[in-house]
Write a protein that binds this ligand. Structure first.
Ligand code: AOS
Ligand code: ZN
Ligand code: ZN
Ligand code: ZN
Length: 424
């Protein structure tokens, strides 16, 4: 379904007076309001195709209805999000969950919604129907060369789909590892994985990037062969200039200092992309900013500082994506909340008084340093984010409009109450 333009305009007319009052207040409070709004206009966050269904756990799925039944409907869902917030202009596909039957048609459809193709994701963590060899004991690390070759071939096939669609990056997340001590020879598993990744890397087009995602545990519970940023960094360094580390916020052991990891990877020119989510205990999958918003702010603070130091373009030089999927919310509402949290936090990081912070650091003035950060974090920037949306033709309050326009009810009417989107 499409969200008609007049509905957005009517919604904005109703909300405009309140918005203008809030905007005037924050614009008077902060120095660089105009510059921040422009940066927010430019910033886009990719939506993963597998977040559009109610998913999240391997124990059970409880579909809310109206879920996209195919790739076309997934693109339509992201088109809706993008019409509402103008910051979700990209989709990240997962092969084989999203095999495009006709890449030309899919590309044209996405273009109609103003949506680009972000990183392509391969899948060697599930066995697919008709697949010759099993990934039960790993894919790229496998002791059997034939299994490794199958995983390599699959990744190269994913690159080909991506090329046809106009993507320019491949994310490799491997669930490879072991569940019990003694199961694996760590060195051999690393070497096999490296050699497999090298084969894929060799097939990478010259203008593509390869992201090596790491994860501390799950589905393997004793060791993971790309288990932390050190291991990912080793692979990425050995592979070459087109390979980067991808940080998924939910893939660390509890209390890891993710902002420091991000700062150092950026410094080394090896930070490639992000999977945003939030978590309380283990893996990802909760709405961005729902549990640890201050941690997210500290991460964005390092991103802005580090990217500026290198003269990088915030909007284009890293891959920004949401990777979350759980059981209880309407996925589209959840994604609107996640994108909003990302935009708010990005705006707050842009507020940080860098000169004052550097002076405080040089003086060992710990109190002032903390004050500078928290001054930014405690500023209500929501009107700046809303203004960026307004200027781009989006809705002042996307979530409110999504509800008042009864979008889920219409999707259920159109697609049925029992649809289940492919994904986890
Ligand atoms: C898995 O935990 C990772 O976050 C990957 O990014 C994965 O490809 C994605 O979540 C879909 O399962
Ligand atoms: Zn991820
Ligand atoms: Zn994950
Ligand atoms: Zn996950």
């Amino acid at each position: 379904m499409e969200l008609e333009k007049y509905k957005i305009e009517a919604h904005n007319d109703d909300a405009l007076q309140t918005h203008n009052r809030r905007l005037a207040f924050v614009a008077a409070e902060v120095e660089n309001a105009e510059a921040i709004i422009q940066k927010l206009v430019d910033f886009q966050v990719a939506i993963p195709s597998w977040a559009l269904g109610t998913g999240g756990t391997r124990f059970g799925r409880f579909s809310g209805g109206g879920e996209p039944r195919n790739l076309e409907e997934k693109i339509a869902d992201i088109g809706l999000l993008h019409a509402l917030n103008k910051s979700s202009g990209a989709i990240s596909l997962h092969i084989p969950w999203d095999i495009p039957e006709n890449t030309t048609n899919i590309k044209a459809l996405a273009a109609q919604y103003g949506i680009q193709f972000d990183a392509m994701n391969s899948n060697t963590f599930q066995d697919q129907p008709g697949q010759e060899l099993s990934y039960k004991f790993g894919s790229m690390q496998h002791v059997d060369k034939a299994v490794r070759q199958q995983a390599i071939d699959h990744n190269i096939e994913v690159i080909k789909y991506g090329q046809a669609l106009g993507s320019n990056s491949l994310t490799v997340w491997l669930s490879d590892g072991s569940c019990f001590p003694g199961q694996l020879n760590f060195r051999k598993a690393f070497q096999n994985t490296l050699e497999s990744l090298q084969q894929v890397y060799a097939a990478l087009p010259a203008d593509w990037k390869m992201f090596v995602e790491y994860k501390a545990f799950e589905p393997n519970f004793y060791s993971t062969t790309v288990g932390d940023w050190g291991q990912s960094y080793l692979y990425a360094s050995k592979l070459g200039d087109q390979a980067y580390t991808l940080v998924d916020l939910g893939h660390h052991l509890p209390n890891a200092n993710i902002e420091q990891i991000v700062a150092l990877l950026l410094m080394e020119g090896k930070l490639g992309g992000f999977h945003f989510n939030d978590s309380k205990y283990g893996d990802d999958d909760l709405t961005v900013g729902s549990i640890k918003p201050y941690q997210l702010f500290l991460i964005f603070n390092e991103l802005v500082e580090g990217m500026d130091a290198k003269g990088m373009n915030h909007a284009t030089d890293l891959g920004w994506m949401i990777d979350a999927s759980h059981n209880v919310k309407d996925p589209l509402e959840d994604l609107l909340q996640s994108v909003e949290a990302i935009m708010i936090t990005y705006a707050q990081a842009l507020l940080v008084d860098r000169k004052k912070l550097a002076a405080a650091q040089a003086d060992n003035d710990v109190v002032t340093a903390q004050e500078v950060l928290q001054q930014a974090f405690r500023t209500d920037v929501r009107a700046l984010v809303a203004e960026a949306r307004l200027r781009s033709g989006g809705a002042l309050q996307p979530l409110a409009l999504y509800r008042s326009a009864d979008i889920r009810a219409q999707l259920i009417k159109q697609r049925g109450a029992k649809t289940v989107a492919t994904g986890l």
